[in-house]
Design a protein around this ligand. Structure first.
Ligand code: SAH
Ligand code: F3S
Length: 453
């Protein structure tokens, strides 16, 4: 029997993990006849997949919900129906508030329960559902296999949650404690992704290098060993992983950067601050020196490795001198890319209750200085590649007609003119231009094909 098609609209905020969850929610709902659409107006179901990491997260959700409510009412006026769901980390943290303040919302559920979506949808057609449990079973045991609709550069969740409790961070409260999927399940998913065209796989986890899953031998495997197993899969040409923590950077993983050619020379390793006092107050469990020692080791293992990081500016108690230490660390490492944020007091976290909060204008000034420095570094990193050839995996169409978007091994975005049939393939490209954000280039392999023809 053919199920009638229903339209599903998902709006996603936040990290790659949330993007990934959204695509898995679509997988879970597809047996019920739901197909994803790009516009909310006529949707039968709307999911807001939310992020709680920084300021105004909850406000944004409520203002979006206001718009969704209008769509719902307009549809109901036409005699139709629309389910509204709030998922993700704001749902987990503020589930009751959402249920109270937005009575037109039909479902509120956290990141650990979306494998129960079909049951929730059934129930919600009759009554409201609020599900912010951390169920004893793992959602991964109940999710269907990867449908592999992600294209040439795919994401694969291997680890989730966080036990580290940095004093600034909400993730342990929204995602629950650390969990690692067994190796064999990840390998099976990777093969499914490969079979539908994935050439690159990015392993995802809130603390991906804290991965400690059950190996094929029944023993616990770390991320380095997992990557080695995935590198044996024919057809998978590139492997990446994110996001890592300095404390979980073990030698096995560093060695993997030396020995596994498919592991791309790019590493996102958030440091947050260069001041030991601030690192200590953040409960990061390492010093600036320790971080620099890891960077040294990584560069010895893989000299061309591109390094990226996250920074929090204006953590409580940050003095000019502490900030200067952060700038020093940046000058020492020379990052290829980075994200920097003003500290945002998150309700319920220890840092939010700390005295000596930093004034917004000081945060603004420091952020400006740091971002100028980081942008310069990013620009000079990209400029170094002009005139060189690099293998590019073209993963989607570029912004302009006739243009393709791809990535270098060092994770730089690259645009080049090229025919659409090259989407999903690895081509050699001569890099001809650079900005702080991206590169431009000319496809070289393609030219050879044309000449031969
Ligand atoms: N593990 C997540 C990290 C998400 S948080 C992932 O997989 O991407 C991304 C970055 O946000 C952190 O590294 C930190 O720099 C920043 N961040 C987290 N909490 C913050 C807060 N309270 N205020 C400002 N920035 C924060
Ligand atoms: Fe945001 Fe949750 Fe990711 S808080 S950053 S969506 S883990």
């Amino acid at each position: 029997m053919q199920t009638a098609k229903k339209k599903l609209f998902i709006k996603t905020w936040g990290c790659q993990m949330n993007e990934y969850d959204s695509s898995r929610m679509a997988d879970v709902l597809s047996p019920l006849g739901y197909e994803t659409v790009d516009a909310p107006e006529s949707a039968d179901m709307m999911i807001l997949n939310t992020c709680h990491i920084r300021e105004k997260a909850t406000d944004k959700v409520f203002s979006e919900l206001g718009r969704m409510r209008e769509h719902k009412e307009a549809k109901e006026a036409r005699g139709g129906k629309m389910l509204i769901a709030v998922a993700g980390c704001v749902a987990q943290a503020e589930g009751d508030l959402i249920a109270r303040r937005a009575p037109y919302v039909d479902m509120v559920f956290g990141p650990q329960t979306y494998h129960q979506l079909p049951q929730m949808v059934m129930k919600a057609t009759g009554e409201r559902v609020v599900n912010v449990d951390f169920p004893a079973e793992s959602k991964f045991d109940f999710l269907p296999g990867e449908k592999g609709r992600q294209g040439a550069a795919a994401f694969l969740s291997v680890q989730e949650g966080c036990d580290k409790f940095w004093t600034f961070c909400v993730v342990p409260y929204t995602r629950g404690s650390e969990y690692s999927r067994p190796v064999q399940k990840i390998v099976d998913d990777a093969k499914r992704l490969r079979d539908t065209g994935a050439k690159e796989i990015t392993l995802l986890g809130q603390n991906v290098n804290a991965y400690h899953g059950e190996g094929r031998d029944g023993k616990t495997w770390g991320l380095g060993k997992l990557i080695a197993a995935l590198a044996c899969i024919n057809g998978i040409a590139r492997i990446r992983y994110m996001t890592s923590h300095p404390r979980d950077m073990d030698d096995e993983l560093i060695e993997a950067h030396k020995n596994i050619e498919k592991l791309m020379p790019f590493m996102h390793l958030p440091v947050q601050s260069g001041s030991d006092k601030i690192l200590n107050d953040m409960n990061r469990g390492h010093t600036a020196e320790k971080y620099l020692a890891i960077i040294e080791k990584l560069r010895r293992a893989r000299p061309d490795i591109a390094l990226s990081s996250d920074f929090i500016i204006g953590f409580p108690g940050e003095t000019d001198e502490d900030f200067e230490r952060t700038a020093d660390l940046v000058r020492t490492v020379k990052f290829a890319s980075a994200y920097s944020f003003k500290f945002s007091a998150r309700p319920g976290t220890p840092a939010a209750a700390m005295k000596n909060q930093i004034h917004e204008t000081i945060k603004d000034e420091r952020l400006q200085i740091l971002q100028t420095l980081l942008t310069e570094q990013q620009k000079s990193f990209n400029f170094r590649y002009i005139g060189k050839e690099a293998p590019i995996l073209f993963d989607r169409a570029g912004g302009q007609p006739g243009q393709l978007h791809g990535r270098t091994p060092w994770n730089q975005a690259l645009h080049a003119e090229g025919p659409e049939r090259l989407l999903g393939s690895l081509e050699t490209v001569l890099i001809t231009g650079a900005t702080s954000n991206s590169l431009t280039g000319q496809i070289v392999t393609q030219e050879r094909v044309v000449k031969r023809a």
